[in-house]
Ligand binder design. Structure first.
Ligand SMILES: [Fe+2]
Ligand SMILES: [Fe+2]
Length: 491
């Protein structure tokens, strides 16, 4: 691949990235021969995994991709055509902050750790493995989507997300192999052996074992589930274990694009639906039959899809009240969202936090020790961020004078983890017995005919500058390319 790094060296924080090596990196791999050997042994296994579990049918296509080539603020990436198996999955750490101290927990104020503290070894390894496991999982989930892409622009964006999740896997594997010796190497291999949705060797977290069967699911996933990823990375970016903090900080620069794909993807579907409804003079968004006759996705289905993905993603935050989360925080391993910007003692000695709980059919808010409510707080931060995107989607609908508002379902709706795991709660927060809830299920979650409709709607569009009927073109091309740009050269 041609590396035109114009502009990439202008930033004074730029750390030199060695791109001539087999494994591009800014971690001085050449001076650590044992680590280099371990990574070089892992690389063919990764490529093998990529070829068998990565995008199906597009391994030979030339894709216009962004590759990270530096970690400075200006010009950290280049765009060029590349065949995905030849993508340069580098190991990149954000610049070191001199004199950084542990920002929270019982070690607050002590210098950050450059090596794994013995007492926290198992906890840290677990954190890294769980984060690492999500990266290849989503690539596996999205493996067949290329066959039904609504445009080459979207196809390219899917692949961009996929290769970057691959790089995130590299990032976690680097930490495992560098800092955790033999068990780290075993964990690195296991990351390539589990499979999304597999009965015997599933991925570690529920949402990463679900299917991503259509493009609306993909956009919902990148909006809601990648956003959970962002919240987790933000919390890890605070870590007292500095290599983890620096790794995740750089991953966040890539993650922003994934959420853009999700938000703009759903937004473009909404835009197209509203446009077509207006042209046909359909005012009632619940006239589903009429809307579907026009070959677009009705707004109530978009709401049901959102309900499904939000609930599934909320489960990823873990129990609202959690001693594990307290342990991670206290130990200085995983902080809160934007920890350093929070105005408190960062140790949560006497602090409380209001958590929504449930007893006997009633919801109530209880102040619990803030230390044990770290997950609840992160989930609240997450909900606030999601709302920003929903507001922007609703603005599109409003611009067309259509009366419909996409809402976040009640936080207890359809949960399998945490405070509300055993309840049967409606999107509005009504608590039901199981048979009643099940009888209403199809009002809240996609039903089989919804999924069939979406399935039939998804047809591959591979002409430049053409888009499937159900989605609007984007406002801007990738890297400011013109509309007729050939984002993927199919063979
Ligand atoms: Fe990721
Ligand atoms: Fe992501």
């Amino acid at each position: 691949m041609k590396m035109d790094v114009e502009g990439a060296t202008s930033d004074e924080n730029m750390i030199e990235v060695s791109y001539n090596d087999l494994i591009p990196n800014n971690v001085g791999l050449n001076s650590d021969r044992a680590l280099k050997r371990a990574l070089e042994r892992w690389q063919p296994k990764f490529l093998d995994w990529w070829r068998t579990m990565g995008p199906d049918g597009f391994q030979e296509a030339e894709v216009y991709l962004r590759t990270a080539v530096g970690v400075g603020k200006g010009g950290w990436a280049v765009f060029d055509y590349v065949k995905m198996p030849e993508y340069r999955w580098g190991i990149l750490l954000a610049p070191k902050e001199e004199g950084r101290t542990i920002p929270f927990g019982k070690h607050k104020g002590e210098p950050v750790w450059e090596e794994v503290p013995g007492e926290y070894r198992a906890l840290l390894r677990r954190l890294i493995v769980v984060q690492g496991d999500t990266e290849p999982a989503s690539v596996e989930q999205q493996r067949y989507l290329g066959k039904t892409c609504p445009s080459l622009y979207d196809l390219r964006n899917l692949f961009q997300v996929n290769v970057e999740e691959g790089r995130h896997l590299w990032a976690m594997v680097h930490l495992l192999q560098k800092y955790f010796g033999r068990d780290g190497r075993e964990e690195a291999d296991a990351l390539l052996e589990r499979r999304s949705g597999d009965r015997d060797k599933p991925r570690l977290l529920g949402a990463f074992n679900e299917e991503t069967p259509d493009w609306l699911s993909f956009f919902m996933f990148t909006f809601f589930t990648d956003r959970d990823g962002k919240m987790q990375l933000e919390s890890l970016a605070q870590s007292g274990f500095d290599p983890l903090a620096r790794t995740t900080r750089f991953m966040l620069t890539e993650e922003a694009f994934h959420m853009f794909v999700g938000e703009s993807g759903v937004g473009r579907a909404i835009q197209r639906t509203c446009e077509v409804m207006n042209e046909a003079g359909i005012k009632n968004p619940y006239d589903v039959e009429a809307v579907r006759k026009l070959g677009v996705i009705d707004l109530p289905l978009i709401q049901r899809k959102a309900n499904f993905h939000i609930a599934l993603t909320r489960d990823l935050f873990g129990s609202e009240i959690s001693t594990n989360a307290a342990t991670y925080f206290n130990a200085g391993l995983k902080g809160r969202y934007k920890e350093t910007r929070i105005d408190d003692d960062h140790q949560l000695k006497d602090a409380t936090y209001p958590v929504l709980r449930h007893f006997n059919g009633e919801f109530f808010t209880e102040k619990v020790p803030a230390l044990s409510a770290v997950n609840a707080r992160l989930l609240d931060d997450y909900s606030r961020e999601c709302q920003g995107g929903l507001d922007r989607w609703n603005k599109i609908i409003k611009n067309f004078d259509i009366e419909f508002t996409i809402k976040q379902p009640h936080v207890a709706f359809n949960r399998n983890v945490g405070e509300f795991a055993n309840l049967h709660v409606s999107t509005e927060g009504g608590v039901f017995d199981e048979p009643t809830w099940t009888a209403h299920r199809e009002e809240w979650l996609p039903k089989s005919e919804d999924l069939k409709y979406l399935h039939d709607l998804m047809k591959q569009e591979k002409k430049c500058d053409c888009f499937a009927n159900w989605i609007s073109p984007p406002r801007h091309g990738v890297n400011n390319m013109e509309g007729d740009f050939e984002y993927v050269k199919l063979r």
